[in-house]
Ligand binder design. Sequence first.
Ligand code: UDP
Ligand code: MG
Length: 320
Amino acid sequence: MDKLGIVVPCYNEEEVFPLSEPALRGVLDDLVAKGKIAPDSFVMFVNDGSRDATWELIEAAHEAHPVQVYGVKLAGNVGHQYALTAGLLTAMNLCDVTVSIDADLQDDVKVIEEMIDKYHEGCDIVYGVRSDRATDSFFKRTTAQSFYRLMAGMGVKTVYNHADFRLMSKRAVEQFSKYQETNLFIRGIVPTLGYKTDSVYYQRLERAAGVSKYPLSKMLALAFNGISSFSIKPISLILGAGFVMILVAIAAAVYAIVSYCVGVTVPGWTSLMLSIWFIGGLQLLAIGLVGQYIGKIYIEVKHRPRYNIEKVLSDESGKN
Ligand code: UDP
Ligand code: MG
């Protein structure tokens, strides 16, 4: 029987913790009773440098339920993406399959069972996808949707309306752990792992208690990080603009020279016009070109795994 580890990053969640802790243990009890996961499956709460009583609550919960409740205390606040990674990489060695979920119960804990069913059907990654955003404010909804569109436009593979509520098998987390980059955007990395994936759909609920720990500034930072960590398209756009400028310069040169020949120009205008357009175009082209190299360096220093071998068939298989 496979052992499940539910990973929950928590930052100042003392209000919602007393609700989510029993809810998630309830999910474990239910799945164990149905024989879908091992009895020693656990929920791992990762305290992301909370300044309130979150860690004390985690400690108390672990004391009351040492088998079911695990805790990880980060030394300071590092942000949701790193806190989640810390939890996943710690849980990876302790269980066979992980589910990551926010502490605020906005994601429907009932679909964890569906995720586990898909895992048993052979999926390594199962995304939790919001079927609608009716409970989000108009502002949150539109900004979030523009974000997904922009990401797609920039060539970053993400799953539409999926945040970080997902199931990952042990080997998927192991492959994820090879992505050593500091500018971490987990949602962009997971779809590049390969493996058999599927989605489950749910209605996103209101936060059960407390307030959002993701203000607009953090959302914008996440969006920019998402694009700049995965795409060097903005640099290519500059290079493209440089080419366009050179074409415009040629057209402007024809216009300026014709005007000069017809004699409708004041002295100095033609040479000025030609210099402005050509120098502008040349500069943009040069910046774009230098940018291409910087982009390549950027991709190289990330040292991402270049492939992920899922299976090898050879006559050695089955031996040893
Ligand atoms: N979180 C975290 N560190 C942070 C900010 C948030 O671990 O610096 C956690 C938070 O406790 C929650 C999850 O990330 O479990 C998502 O945050 P929140 O629900 O506030 O974001 P929203 O749903 O409003 O976008
Ligand atoms: Mg939330």
